[in-house]
Design a protein around this ligand. Sequence first.
Ligand SMILES: NC(=O)C1=CN([C@@H]2O[C@H](COP(=O)(O)OP(=O)(O)OC[C@H]3O[C@@H](n4cnc5c(N)ncnc54)[C@H](OP(=O)(O)O)[C@@H]3O)[C@@H](O)[C@H]2O)C=CC1
Ligand SMILES: O=C1O[C@H](COP(=O)(O)O)[C@@H](O)[C@H](O)[C@H]1O
Length: 496
Amino acid sequence: MSSPSPHIAPFDYVVFGGTGDLAMRKLLPALFHRELDGQLPTDGRIIAVARGAMDEESYRAQVRDALDRHVGAALTDEAWATFARRLSYAAVDARSGEGWRALGATLDQHPERVRVFYLATAPDLFGPISQRLHDVGAITARSRVVLEKPLGHDLASARRINDEVGRVFTESQIFRIDHYLGKETVQNLLALRFANALFEPLWSSAWIDHVQITVAETVGVENRGGYYDGSGALRDMVQNHLLQLLCLVAMAPPATLDRDAVRDEKLKILRALAPIEGADVDLLTVRGQYRAGAIDGQPVPGYLSEPLVGTESATETFVALKTEIRDWRWAGVPFYLRSGKRLGAKVSEIVIAFKPIPHSIFPAAAGGVVPNRLVVRLQPDEHIRLHLMTKEPGPGGMRLREAALNLSFAETFKSRFPDAYERLLMDVVRGNPTLFMRRDEVEAAWSWAEPILDAWARDPRRPHPYTAGTWGPSAAIALIERDGRTWIDDHDRPGG
Ligand SMILES: NC(=O)C1=CN([C@@H]2O[C@H](COP(=O)(O)OP(=O)(O)OC[C@H]3O[C@@H](n4cnc5c(N)ncnc54)[C@H](OP(=O)(O)O)[C@@H]3O)[C@@H](O)[C@H]2O)C=CC1
Ligand SMILES: O=C1O[C@H](COP(=O)(O)O)[C@@H](O)[C@H](O)[C@H]1O
């Protein structure tokens, strides 16, 4: 085990949906890694909650199996023995009264501890679970509740859930998670922008031509077709993760790293986003749906053949759009966003494309001067690259070539990159909501996304088809090429 990280108070972590995919794939492995790092206090229990009847030993066996798959070699018998002692299981039905008294009694054993209620269930259970927790007297001053995304399906349902949860928890107790904010490289955006003097003077329409944000996945909808088919890429990825990335790129420098200083600045950006509505939806957005194709040389089925997906479904698995921020800093700078499943590579990248030089002193024979760009690779092969023009070495005149200053995180830091959930789960115990979304942010994001969703719902045309393993429909290329620009796929370049 490595050296302990900052102190974490004794806690009871109650995971509703503790047998589900998210708990097994992400939450329990994240807690286990914190165990390995010696960060969890001896007095820390993890209480999984779901409806199924199950004894503690069977639950532990399920978790062990999940850790085998998702943690790998780090799962030693010694570490597992320590972790397993923390685990218990409670059969509770969020909708009926079943199991609540027993859960309340378990929590009453340690009223002084920080209590985290992590709601890894469908969002329509957030209100009922909160109310039941209140009714059994489980909510103490040191309690917090974590709400998984999606927070609702639209603005009205998000407001309803926020109201329901807000009836029994104060806003400072509510942690709306967006796991992208816990990614190391996303937090690094804050360091890049606000711990370096270099970029801020250039960070505006005076020097930046446009911004691209790409979050591409090779996976399909896997076993989540039931959820995804009612959701689609705009709700699943853009309304939350991509807009949060856009906010971190575009926000003004907050005065401090304080919870509200950062969130206030993000909110200003969300509220300044140019609405996309009416005829603009057709002009500024593209939705796609994958057809059968190949990923890494292996054939994969089309979206309509995925389990739990309607055979006629018009749900989009790909979105590309162009938006703008209406403020002094960004007026006239397009932000191009795209995200999709079954694309050519798993890559999340932000490209800041700078303007061309105003005047070239170099002869045509030197070769063209390509505008600079700053590429922040969020995953995989995390890095920050600043692409610059340089002189090609050697005699025989001036020949210009593009080359990159490359800050590779793996090479620079040589340490394991913790998963986003590791940081966020500990921030909840610490009571630090800076990297979580405030109610007004979530609602502002829905207000912006809703007119697009409404227009698509009214549109009888189907999403553009694209072959799995490609980069989305050709209409997405046209969207940016109409402006005389092109998607910059840094990962396609040598060393990219
Ligand atoms: N999986 C993922 O990668 C991600 C998931 N999310 C979100 O997290 C949430 C959970 O997702 P996921 O784990 O995939 O879903 P699953 O369907 O795999 O798990 C749902 C969990 O909730 C429990 N549950 C369902 N109904 C009740 C009830 N009435 N009372 C108590 N427990 C109940 C289930 O157990 P049982 O049936 O035994 O009650 C199960 O443990 C969803 O909102 C999802 O959108 C967000 C980001 C990523
Ligand atoms: O929230 C979600 O994110 C994942 C992608 O997350 P990543 O950390 O692997 O980039 C996405 O697959 C899923 O559909 C969505 O709900």
